[in-house]
Design a protein around this ligand. Structure first.
Ligand code: TYD
Ligand code: MG
Length: 458
């Protein structure tokens, strides 16, 4: 019988104090709920081993740059987000809300790899092999299914054993939260277990060269036992975003040791799986109402890629002492700030109005360049006057109502023109020196006053 207590410790995540058993509050720093079970490494043994294998420093110039071995996953958009394909022995965390389509994407990647004749292993910790098979059929993977092995397993050590035996080109672990290791006594899904199981797989991936996809659910509480605790362990972190009520999904790299984090891919969830969306702007604008007040088109950047999205606003008389401010897909604090600027600088009476804002299509826009479109949509709804259908807007707004320059105005302009927009309203500093093609006007505005004039919302 192994004495578990002697080999694990509960370590405070704030101050690294180690306690022999779990405590609600750290006795050293007083942090609550900060103790997480961790395996205690035998440091004497490890230092002996590392002394043996310790590397000598050598000149950086003498290090061969070496080709990173990349493979196409067979899904072009996924390759792009990974930085040009899947790197051998790399560990990719695929994170997202439950139900967003992580398993679907991973299984489609398995199918595409298998179709190239590469063996892949799908570790199913959440679903039975029958359920995985059913999904594969739904995805029309019948031709490539021969080279996909499915393993119903939740013990991390057993997964590692199989990887060493089978040596597949890639493995999908669905999900990392279902794996547990015998080293720790804590429950599967706890921070310690998730981290320890992932660490085992990372070591195994580096040793065997098997590319590893770890699927991680974003938990409701946010950071706790979610993908966040794994981000520093893995090579690449991909977030799959979107609203499960909508079909469009954005796959975004937030960390990538083998490529840039500027790439995003857009997918549409359909009857038979995820389909790459080649023209995201058209997809996001597909249902834009013509001539309705409260709608503004924003040219935003998703990574380095320009995308047009629709910002919607509804301003209506409130019966509440404290009127509602709701923002979906936008930063609520930023929206509150913009509404305050609108009220204070332009005298638009919003204090007795409910204001709802939404980014159509279930996407999230985080960049300040959305400010001008938010203001335009809110003002349009408040005034009950629609913007012209061929206007696209972008720019940051400051606290005094000044309009500030944002990055990549040329790229945004080009995308707006490509989608058929004839007028772009943008920060004056950006408009200077910008070449608009024939038949297109790029109108620079320096203040919100000018914005409303240009848009006819006075
Ligand atoms: P899933 O990949 O199981 O999500 P996750 O692994 O992130 O929890 O997919 C979730 C949803 O996608 C599910 O509600 C059903 C839907 N779906 C489709 O619409 N079409 C399909 O072809 C598939 C496989 C799933
Ligand atoms: Mg799943």
């Amino acid at each position: 019988m192994v004495d578990k207590a002697a080999r694990t410790a509960f370590v405070c995540q704030q101050c690294a104090h180690a306690a022999p058993r779990w405590l609600g509050q750290c006795p050293a720093c007083g942090a609550w709920n900060a103790l997480v079970e961790e395996a205690v490494r035998d440091t004497r043994r490890r230092s002996a081993r590392s002394a043996q294998a310790s590397a000598a420093p050598r000149p950086l110039v003498a290090v061969a740059a070496g080709e990173t071995l990349r493979r196409s996953t067979g899904l072009g958009e996924l390759d792009g987000v990974l930085g040009g394909g899947l790197v051998q022995g790399s560990v990719v965390l695929l994170a997202g809300d439950p139900g967003i389509g992580k398993s679907t994407l991973a299984l489609q990647a398995c199918g595409a790899l298998a179709r190239q004749g590469l063996p892949v292993l799908y570790v199913a910790g959440e679903e039975s092999p029958e359920q995985v098979r059913l999904r594969a059929e739904r995805l029309g993977m019948a031709d490539g299914i021969g080279d996909v092995q499915v393993l119903p397993e939740t013990a991390a050590e057993a997964v590692v054993e199989q990887l060493e035996r089978l040596r597949p080109a890639a493995v999908v672990v669905d999900s990392i939260q279902t794996l547990h290791t015998a080293t720790l006594g804590s429950a599967p899904g706890s921070v310690g277990q998730v981290r320890e199981a992932a660490a085992l797989l990372v070591t195994c991936a580096k040793a065997t060269g098997v590319a590893c996809f770890l699927i991680g659910h974003v938990t409701k509480e946010g950071a706790i036992a979610g993908p966040r605790v794994l981000e520093h362990l893995v090579d690449t972190v991909l977030y799959f975003e979107g609203d499960s009520g909508h079909a469009l999904r954005v796959l975004r790299a937030v960390k990538n040791r083998f490529g840039s984090t500027n790439e995003v891919a857009v997918f549409e969830m359909g009857e038979s799986g995820l389909v790459e969306v080649r023209n995201p702007s058209a997809a996001f604008l597909a249902e834009r109402p013509a001539g309705a007040p409260g709608s503004a088109v924003l040219a935003t950047l998703e990574g380095s890629r320009p995308v047009l999205v629709e910002i919607q606003a509804l301003v209506s008389r409130s019966g509440l002492a404290l009127p509602r401010r709701t923002a979906i897909g936008l930063d609520a604090g930023r929206v509150a700030l913009l509404l305050a600027v609108l009220e204070k600088r332009l005298g638009m009476p919003l204090h007795d109005q409910d204001v709802f804002l939404n980014v159509a299509g279930g996407v999230h826009v985080a960049e300040p360049a959305a400010d001008l479109a938010v203001v335009a949509a809110a003002a349009s709804s408040a005034r009950g006057r629609a913007l012209d259908a061929d206007v696209a807007v972008w720019g940051e707004v400051g606290l005094t109502g000044e309009v500030r320059a944002v990055g990549r105005a040329d790229v945004r302009l080009r995308e707006a023109v490509r989608q058929g927009f004839r007028r772009c309203v943008l920060p004056a500093t950006n408009a200077r020196g910008l070449d608009a093609p024939d038949g297109v006007t790029a109108e620079g505005v320096a203040s919100l006053d000018q914005l409303l004039d240009v848009l006819g919302l006075r």
